[in-house]
Design a binder for this molecule. Structure first.
Ligand code: AMP
Ligand code: MG
Length: 305
């Protein structure tokens, strides 16, 4: 079925961060973004259309993932970042719902353990990177190590003074470490896609209140989120600097408008699907010898009484 929706190319042009580009998040609309196709629609019609696109992309993603596993050439790493309540969990659930669970790993990262802190900051993430053939999703990631600890340096591991956060060029050093890490992974067969789910401060207030208005959502509310909200501007600044320092040709960031959940989910699904199909993967070739063996096996099975 052909769906006449916005083309993923148009989205990508809008939301992909060019390497080194100075980012001011206030210039990025967190609400539902109109383009040529959506312009003539009201919000409900746009939502309906985008949900249909998501449905279609989910099916393509399931197929693409099978090919990814069969060809065993590449792993895919998807990084999701965003302020509290930005919709990271929901996006993962909706986008990946059709994919074979055996082909997909989701990792969430909480406050690091003492063992994590006794290693370099990338160690705990390295251990759980996706194998070839797998899609790995990071719900929060090594980017927390230039975000939450940038805003709250006291939450960082204790480092020797000479190389710690007061040393000159410390944060630039971390960005460089991240870029080299991602370059290394890319060179060795991992495709990396990074999404920043961009919500407005008003939308966060609505979502936090919603958690307090519904008993079944109480568990999602954390008073820590309310405390972090007081640091909104500092987080915004840390995000802006991080986005411009770490969006590269080989591991780009996308700033995804996420006040409208359906917009964010559809966009993320489209980008992942189109990136996998761009890899031009193919099912493994079977040699003449292997075919002979397969046919012999067939004969043996058929001859069984
Ligand atoms: P949640 O994703 O809502 O379950 O929250 C996880 C918490 O862990 C958030 O408050 C993050 O800021 C925190 N966290 C994740 N990674 C790090 C890190 N590397 N250093 C410090 N805190 C972190
Ligand atoms: Mg939370």
């Amino acid at each position: 079925m052909e769906i006449k929706g916005p083309k993923v190319k148009d989205y990508i042009r809008k939301f992909k961060v060019a390497p080194g580009k100075k980012i001011q998040l206030k210039k990025y609309d967190a609400g539902w973004v109109q383009n040529k196709t959506l312009k003539s629609m009201n919000e409900e019609q746009a939502q309906e259309l985008l949900e249909k696109m998501l449905e279609k992309d989910r099916a393509s993603l399931a197929e693409a993932q099978e090919l990814l596993a069969a060809s065993h050439e590449k792993g895919i790493l998807i990084v999701l970042q965003g302020m509290d309540t930005a919709g990271k969990d929901g996006t993962i659930r909706h986008v990946m719902s059709g994919v074979n669970p055996q082909g997909c790993d989701v990792h969430g990262f909480k406050v690091p353990s003492a063992e994590d802190h006794a290693h370099d900051f990338l160690w705990r993430y390295y251990k759980v990177l996706p194998e070839r053939g797998m899609i790995g999703i990071f719900n929060r990631s090594y980017y927390e190590d230039v975000l939450v600890v940038r805003v709250h340096p006291e939450r960082m591991e204790v480092l020797p003074e000479k190389i710690g956060p007061d040393a000159k060029g410390f944060w630039e050093g971390r960005y460089k470490d991240i870029n080299s890490f991602e370059k290394h992974l890319t060179r060795n067969g991992t495709l990396i896609l990074k999404f920043f789910l961009h919500i407005s401060k008003d939308e966060q207030k609505r979502r936090l209140l919603d958690r307090l208005d519904h008993k079944e959502k109480y568990w999602k509310f954390s008073t820590a989120d309310l405390a972090e909200r007081q640091f909104w501007d500092q987080y915004t600044k840390a995000y802006e600097e991080m986005l411009s320092a770490t969006s590269t040709d080989y591991a780009p960031w996308f700033i995804v408008p996420a006040d409208a959940k359906w917009m964010a989910r559809t966009f993320v699904a489209s980008v992942i699907t189109s990136a996998i199909s761009g890899l031009n993967l193919s099912y493994p070739k079977v040699s003449d010898d292997q075919i002979k063996q397969l046919m012999a096996a067939k004969k043996t099975l058929e001859a069984e009484k």
